[in-house]
Write a protein that binds this ligand. Structure first.
Ligand code: ADP
Ligand code: ADP
Ligand code: ZN
Length: 214
Protein backbone atom coordinates (compact mmCIF):
# COMPACT_ATOMS: atom_id res chain seq x y z
CA UNK A 1 0.00 0.00 0.00
CA UNK A 2 1.45 3.37 -1.08
CA UNK A 3 -0.42 6.30 0.36
CA UNK A 4 0.05 10.05 0.68
CA UNK A 5 -1.72 12.25 3.21
CA UNK A 6 -3.02 15.66 2.16
CA UNK A 7 -4.55 18.34 4.34
CA UNK A 8 -3.87 21.67 5.97
CA UNK A 9 -1.28 21.98 8.73
CA UNK A 10 -2.95 20.58 11.83
CA UNK A 11 -5.59 18.61 9.91
CA UNK A 12 -4.48 15.41 11.62
CA UNK A 13 -2.20 13.90 8.96
CA UNK A 14 0.45 12.77 11.41
CA UNK A 15 -2.06 11.45 13.94
CA UNK A 16 -3.75 9.29 11.30
CA UNK A 17 -0.54 8.32 9.47
CA UNK A 18 0.90 6.78 12.65
CA UNK A 19 -2.20 4.62 13.04
CA UNK A 20 -2.29 3.57 9.40
CA UNK A 21 1.40 2.70 9.50
CA UNK A 22 0.83 0.45 12.53
CA UNK A 23 -2.25 -1.16 11.01
CA UNK A 24 -0.65 -1.94 7.65
CA UNK A 25 2.90 -2.48 8.90
CA UNK A 26 4.35 0.10 6.54
CA UNK A 27 6.79 2.91 7.37
CA UNK A 28 5.43 6.35 8.21
CA UNK A 29 7.57 8.87 6.36
CA UNK A 30 7.06 12.45 7.53
CA UNK A 31 9.17 15.16 5.90
CA UNK A 32 8.41 17.47 8.85
CA UNK A 33 9.81 14.83 11.25
CA UNK A 34 12.89 14.32 9.04
CA UNK A 35 13.57 18.07 9.01
CA UNK A 36 12.99 18.37 12.78
CA UNK A 37 15.39 15.53 13.51
CA UNK A 38 18.00 17.21 11.28
CA UNK A 39 17.50 20.46 13.21
CA UNK A 40 17.86 18.62 16.52
CA UNK A 41 21.08 16.97 15.31
CA UNK A 42 22.48 20.26 13.98
CA UNK A 43 23.06 19.02 10.41
CA UNK A 44 23.64 21.32 7.41
CA UNK A 45 20.23 20.34 6.04
CA UNK A 46 18.66 21.13 9.42
CA UNK A 47 20.21 24.62 9.46
CA UNK A 48 18.94 25.37 5.97
CA UNK A 49 15.46 23.94 6.59
CA UNK A 50 14.99 25.76 9.87
CA UNK A 51 15.26 29.20 8.28
CA UNK A 52 12.17 28.40 6.22
CA UNK A 53 10.23 26.40 8.79
CA UNK A 54 10.44 29.06 11.49
CA UNK A 55 8.86 31.55 9.10
CA UNK A 56 6.06 29.17 8.15
CA UNK A 57 7.44 28.83 4.62
CA UNK A 58 8.07 25.63 2.69
CA UNK A 59 11.59 24.27 2.46
CA UNK A 60 12.66 24.57 -1.22
CA UNK A 61 11.83 21.61 -3.48
CA UNK A 62 15.55 21.08 -4.26
CA UNK A 63 16.21 20.26 -0.62
CA UNK A 64 13.12 18.13 -0.20
CA UNK A 65 12.66 15.91 -3.25
CA UNK A 66 15.99 14.03 -3.19
CA UNK A 67 15.66 13.48 0.52
CA UNK A 68 12.31 11.75 0.04
CA UNK A 69 13.44 9.72 -2.97
CA UNK A 70 16.42 8.37 -1.02
CA UNK A 71 14.08 7.41 1.79
CA UNK A 72 11.66 5.64 -0.57
CA UNK A 73 14.55 3.60 -1.98
CA UNK A 74 15.33 2.07 1.40
CA UNK A 75 14.40 -1.58 1.90
CA UNK A 76 11.59 -1.07 4.39
CA UNK A 77 9.69 1.06 1.86
CA UNK A 78 9.60 -1.67 -0.79
CA UNK A 79 6.28 -3.08 0.38
CA UNK A 80 4.66 0.30 0.83
CA UNK A 81 4.69 3.47 2.87
CA UNK A 82 2.60 6.32 4.08
CA UNK A 83 3.94 9.73 3.11
CA UNK A 84 2.93 12.49 5.51
CA UNK A 85 3.68 16.09 4.49
CA UNK A 86 5.04 15.22 1.04
CA UNK A 87 4.30 16.17 -1.69
CA UNK A 88 3.36 19.73 -0.77
CA UNK A 89 3.81 21.46 -4.12
CA UNK A 90 2.96 20.57 -7.73
CA UNK A 91 6.67 20.23 -8.66
CA UNK A 92 7.12 17.78 -5.75
CA UNK A 93 4.08 15.78 -6.88
CA UNK A 94 5.40 15.65 -10.44
CA UNK A 95 8.87 14.61 -9.27
CA UNK A 96 7.35 11.82 -7.19
CA UNK A 97 5.15 10.66 -10.05
CA UNK A 98 8.11 10.58 -12.43
CA UNK A 99 10.36 8.71 -9.99
CA UNK A 100 7.64 6.13 -9.37
CA UNK A 101 6.96 5.72 -13.10
CA UNK A 102 10.67 5.07 -13.67
CA UNK A 103 10.40 2.27 -11.13
CA UNK A 104 7.22 0.89 -12.73
CA UNK A 105 5.33 1.91 -9.63
CA UNK A 106 2.46 4.19 -8.59
CA UNK A 107 0.54 5.53 -5.60
CA UNK A 108 -2.61 3.75 -4.45
CA UNK A 109 -4.36 6.61 -2.63
CA UNK A 110 -4.09 10.29 -1.78
CA UNK A 111 -6.12 10.78 1.40
CA UNK A 112 -7.25 14.36 1.95
CA UNK A 113 -8.23 15.22 5.52
CA UNK A 114 -10.64 18.14 5.30
CA UNK A 115 -10.67 20.63 8.19
CA UNK A 116 -11.85 24.26 7.85
CA UNK A 117 -9.36 27.02 8.67
CA UNK A 118 -11.43 28.09 11.73
CA UNK A 119 -10.71 24.76 13.43
CA UNK A 120 -7.03 24.74 12.53
CA UNK A 121 -6.06 27.58 14.85
CA UNK A 122 -7.42 25.64 17.87
CA UNK A 123 -5.70 22.47 16.74
CA UNK A 124 -2.34 24.16 16.44
CA UNK A 125 -2.47 26.23 19.62
CA UNK A 126 -3.17 23.09 21.64
CA UNK A 127 -0.71 20.79 19.87
CA UNK A 128 2.12 19.46 22.01
CA UNK A 129 4.99 17.37 20.67
CA UNK A 130 7.21 14.98 22.58
CA UNK A 131 10.81 16.16 22.67
CA UNK A 132 11.92 12.53 22.85
CA UNK A 133 9.97 10.45 20.33
CA UNK A 134 8.00 13.09 18.41
CA UNK A 135 4.57 11.76 19.43
CA UNK A 136 1.82 14.37 19.10
CA UNK A 137 -0.84 15.31 21.65
CA UNK A 138 -3.45 18.01 22.08
CA UNK A 139 -4.15 19.65 25.42
CA UNK A 140 -7.93 19.44 24.88
CA UNK A 141 -8.55 16.83 22.19
CA UNK A 142 -5.81 14.24 22.82
CA UNK A 143 -4.21 14.90 26.20
CA UNK A 144 -1.33 12.73 27.39
CA UNK A 145 -2.32 10.44 30.27
CA UNK A 146 0.93 11.59 31.91
CA UNK A 147 0.12 15.32 31.77
CA UNK A 148 3.12 17.31 30.58
CA UNK A 149 5.11 14.13 29.86
CA UNK A 150 4.89 11.73 26.93
CA UNK A 151 2.73 8.65 27.48
CA UNK A 152 5.06 6.56 25.35
CA UNK A 153 8.58 7.56 26.39
CA UNK A 154 8.12 9.82 29.44
CA UNK A 155 10.03 12.79 27.98
CA UNK A 156 8.60 16.33 28.37
CA UNK A 157 6.15 17.73 25.81
CA UNK A 158 6.76 21.09 24.14
CA UNK A 159 5.11 23.57 21.78
CA UNK A 160 6.51 23.47 18.25
CA UNK A 161 8.12 26.80 17.33
CA UNK A 162 6.14 26.99 14.12
CA UNK A 163 2.84 26.49 16.00
CA UNK A 164 2.83 30.06 17.35
CA UNK A 165 -0.31 31.91 16.12
CA UNK A 166 1.56 34.36 13.82
CA UNK A 167 3.24 31.50 12.00
CA UNK A 168 0.12 29.35 11.81
CA UNK A 169 -1.68 31.96 9.67
CA UNK A 170 1.31 32.11 7.33
CA UNK A 171 1.37 28.32 7.05
CA UNK A 172 -2.34 28.28 6.22
CA UNK A 173 -1.76 30.86 3.45
CA UNK A 174 1.10 28.76 2.11
CA UNK A 175 -1.11 25.66 2.26
CA UNK A 176 -3.88 27.31 0.23
CA UNK A 177 -1.58 28.70 -2.43
CA UNK A 178 0.96 25.89 -2.81
CA UNK A 179 -0.48 22.62 -1.49
CA UNK A 180 -4.23 22.76 -2.10
CA UNK A 181 -3.73 22.51 -5.91
CA UNK A 182 -2.59 18.91 -5.27
CA UNK A 183 -6.20 17.99 -4.56
CA UNK A 184 -7.09 18.49 -8.23
CA UNK A 185 -3.82 16.89 -9.32
CA UNK A 186 -4.74 13.62 -7.58
CA UNK A 187 -8.43 13.92 -8.45
CA UNK A 188 -7.41 13.89 -12.10
CA UNK A 189 -5.45 10.70 -11.43
CA UNK A 190 -8.49 9.16 -9.76
CA UNK A 191 -6.76 8.33 -6.48
CA UNK A 192 -8.06 11.21 -4.34
CA UNK A 193 -10.22 10.19 -1.38
CA UNK A 194 -11.51 12.83 1.08
CA UNK A 195 -12.46 12.38 4.72
CA UNK A 196 -14.09 14.75 7.20
CA UNK A 197 -11.26 15.64 9.58
CA UNK A 198 -13.51 17.45 12.05
CA UNK A 199 -14.77 14.13 13.43
CA UNK A 200 -13.21 12.38 16.42
CA UNK A 201 -9.75 10.86 15.80
CA UNK A 202 -11.21 7.32 15.98
CA UNK A 203 -13.96 8.12 13.47
CA UNK A 204 -11.52 9.68 11.03
CA UNK A 205 -9.40 6.57 11.31
CA UNK A 206 -12.43 4.33 10.69
CA UNK A 207 -13.31 6.37 7.58
CA UNK A 208 -9.77 6.07 6.23
CA UNK A 209 -9.65 2.33 6.99
CA UNK A 210 -12.90 1.84 5.06
CA UNK A 211 -11.32 3.54 2.03
CA UNK A 212 -8.15 1.45 2.21
CA UNK A 213 -10.08 -1.79 2.60
CA UNK A 214 -12.55 -1.07 -0.22
P1 ADP B 1 2.25 20.02 9.80
O1 ADP B 1 2.21 18.64 10.46
O2 ADP B 1 1.76 21.06 10.72
O3 ADP B 1 1.55 20.04 8.48
P2 ADP B 1 4.93 19.34 9.11
O4 ADP B 1 5.54 18.73 10.29
O5 ADP B 1 4.44 18.43 8.04
O6 ADP B 1 3.76 20.32 9.56
O7 ADP B 1 5.92 20.39 8.44
C1 ADP B 1 6.54 21.40 9.20
C2 ADP B 1 7.32 22.32 8.26
O8 ADP B 1 8.34 21.56 7.59
C3 ADP B 1 6.50 22.93 7.13
O9 ADP B 1 5.82 24.11 7.53
C4 ADP B 1 7.60 23.21 6.09
O10 ADP B 1 8.36 24.36 6.46
C5 ADP B 1 8.51 22.01 6.26
N1 ADP B 1 8.12 20.92 5.33
C6 ADP B 1 7.63 19.70 5.67
N2 ADP B 1 7.40 18.96 4.57
C7 ADP B 1 7.73 19.74 3.50
C8 ADP B 1 7.69 19.56 2.09
N3 ADP B 1 7.24 18.43 1.54
N4 ADP B 1 8.12 20.59 1.31
C9 ADP B 1 8.57 21.73 1.84
N5 ADP B 1 8.61 21.97 3.15
C10 ADP B 1 8.20 20.98 3.99
P1 ADP C 1 -0.84 17.46 10.96
O1 ADP C 1 0.14 16.33 10.91
O2 ADP C 1 -1.82 17.42 9.83
O3 ADP C 1 -0.19 18.79 11.10
P2 ADP C 1 -1.47 16.48 13.66
O4 ADP C 1 -1.74 15.04 13.47
O5 ADP C 1 -0.18 16.88 14.27
O6 ADP C 1 -1.74 17.28 12.27
O7 ADP C 1 -2.68 17.09 14.52
C1 ADP C 1 -2.70 18.50 14.88
C2 ADP C 1 -3.25 18.64 16.29
O8 ADP C 1 -4.64 18.31 16.32
C3 ADP C 1 -2.58 17.71 17.30
O9 ADP C 1 -2.49 18.38 18.52
C4 ADP C 1 -3.53 16.52 17.39
O10 ADP C 1 -3.46 15.93 18.68
C5 ADP C 1 -4.89 17.16 17.15
N1 ADP C 1 -5.83 16.31 16.39
C6 ADP C 1 -5.54 15.43 15.38
N2 ADP C 1 -6.67 14.86 14.90
C7 ADP C 1 -7.70 15.40 15.60
C8 ADP C 1 -9.14 15.22 15.57
N3 ADP C 1 -9.73 14.39 14.69
N4 ADP C 1 -9.87 15.94 16.44
C9 ADP C 1 -9.27 16.80 17.30
N5 ADP C 1 -7.94 17.00 17.38
C10 ADP C 1 -7.16 16.32 16.55
ZN1 ZN D 1 7.68 10.46 23.56
Amino acid sequence: MKIIMLGAPGAGKGTQAIRIAAEYQIPHISTGDIFRSNIKNGTELGKKARAYMDQGLLVPDELTVDLVMDRLDQDDAKKGYILDGFPRTIPQAKALEKALQERGDKLDYAIDIEVPDENIVDRMSGRRACTGCGATYHIKFQPSAKGALCEICGEPLSIREDDLPETVQKRLDVYHSQTQPLIDFYKERDILRSVDGTKHVDEVFADISAILEA
